[in-house]
Ligand binder design. Structure first.
Ligand SMILES: [Zn+2]
Length: 441
């Protein structure tokens, strides 16, 4: 008897710990297995980055979605569950979550959940509730934290996307130092930018494609198309034999988490988004070179912090009260020494206030500064006795421009929209199987 094929959306999250593993590597191992089965992949694997400002994420808070078609759903599900058990670093704190959704299309409730996970803190209780209310086929280990990203990954709908080719190491190399030819990365960037991005920091002479932790990723190349990242990977040369690569469709580089305007009267810690307001206190540089100032939004004061590694602190120091700005970032929880602060990820200067300096007037006859006669007593020229009653206004040129200030490339997060992508949007890229998106060497 012929069985009818079923479409399954698979969401996986939180299989890694700071000490190792990586949800993308687990997916790569799963795809290795699926390729040997009669399973059809219906789209590129997706790597979705959720709210980067929640405290218990490992590295980038990324979850993975695979969309497949199979005639043996139960067998495939069981096998994937085994992969999650075997590849999750639970002894070092991973709390993996796995979700299967069998359907052609994804219900709007999933999408709503996913949207919230992008910029809010969602409780595990909410995720477990969602699973039971929607009768979702799911599995988790540990406290179930991974269910949030797993549901989110299934429900995620791209409005813009990029790609990342992740190249993995052989198991024997895990934890060892990564040696990649700097020149090859520079060359790759000069050939392929802006079709690839954030590969090399020319200003600080730094390779950006290699992570530093013990995870299985050797390098990751970000770009606008699957083709561009595959081409770029042929230019990079590594000093070790690698295992293979997989190309992910991703919301990296799209500033996805900063789309929402935050409500100043309902500021929950760990939310991400933006405010539009007027600077209401002079910026102060604190120890460590970080700059703090406040803005007024709907009658409330919001403290903003710009951290030194962003390298926009020098610009931010030049803000003055009255400047209209848009600032995006994450709300840091108040601590003993700090009030609640918006940790700034971009600064968009909308309108600059005039910087007026009030000085004693100059005597028109003698071209000499007049002397004050005391509080509200006016001014007098000591030479000719000429009198004048008000101070003169002197407009000081501003040292900051009305434009968008983004952090230095070395301080970019996965979701930061790089400057060359400001007006770019990729929509509805079709799954092109003629591009070698998956490759085991
Ligand atoms: Zn005079």
């Amino acid at each position: 008897m012929l069985k009818k094929s079923k479409i399954i959306h698979i969401g996986i999250d939180d299989t890694d710990s700071p000490k190792g593993m990586c949800t993308t590597f687990l997916s790569y191992e799963i795809v290795k297995f699926l390729e040997k089965q009669k399973v059809e992949m219906l789209d590129y694997p997706s790597l979705i980055r959720f709210n980067p400002n929640i405290p218990w994420k490992t590295r980038g808070n990324g979850a993975v979605r695979l969309t497949i078609k199979t005639a043996n759903p139960q067998k495939i599900k069981n096998k994937i569950m085994q992969f999650v058990v075997n590849y999750s670093d639970t002894k070092n704190g991973a709390n993996p979550g796995l979700v299967f959704y069998e359907s052609e299309s994804i219900p709007p409730s999933f999408q709503k959940f996913s949207n919230l996970a992008l910029w809010k803190l969602i409780s595990r209780k909410k995720a477990k509730q969602f699973v039971s209310e929607n009768k979702i086929d799911s599995f988790y280990l540990g406290n179930g934290q991974g269910l949030i990203g797993a549901i989110g990954a299934v429900g995620y709908k791209f409005s813009d996307h990029t790609f990342e080719l992740l190249c993995y190491r052989k198991k024997s190399q895990f934890g060892k130092k990564r040696i990649v030819s700097k020149d090859s990365v520079k060359k790759m960037q000069s050939f392929t930018f802006p079709e690839t991005f954030s590969s090399y920091d020319n200003k600080n002479d730094r390779v950006l494609i290699t992570p530093h932790g013990p995870d299985p990723v050797f390098y990751g190349i970000r770009g606008e198309t699957a083709k561009s990242v595959v081409l770029a990977s042929t230019i990079v040369s590594a000093d070790e034999k690698l295992d293979g690569y997989m190309v992910f469709k991703s919301n990296q580089g799209t500033a996805d988490h900063l789309k929402n305007e935050l409500e100043p009267n309902d500021l929950k810690p760990y939310t991400s988004g933006f405010f539009v307001g007027k600077v209401c206190s002079k910026p102060i540089t604190e120890r460590g070179g970080h700059v703090f100032f406040s803005i007024e939004v709907k009658g409330r004061k919001i403290r903003c912090g710009i951290y030194k590694p962003t390298k926009i602190t020098k610009d931010a120091q030049n803000l003055i009260p009255g400047d209209k700005i848009r600032v995006g970032g994450g709300i840091r929880k108040a601590s003993k020494n700090h009030s609640r602060v918006l940790n700034v990820e971009f600064l968009d200067v909308i309108q600059l206030a005039k910087n007026i300096l009030l000085t004693n007037p100059t005597c028109k006859k003698c071209n000499k500064k007049m002397k004050s006669n005391g509080n509200r007593q006016g001014f007098e020229c000591v030479k000719c006795g000429n009198k004048f009653f008000s101070k003169s206004k002197l407009e000081i040129p501003r040292k900051i421009q009305s434009k968008l200030y983004l952090p230095d490339i070395s301080a970019h997060r996965h979701l930061t929209r790089p400057s060359q992508r400001l007006k770019k949007r990729n929509r509805n890229t079709l799954f092109d199987t003629s591009i070698p998106w998956f490759n085991v060497f």
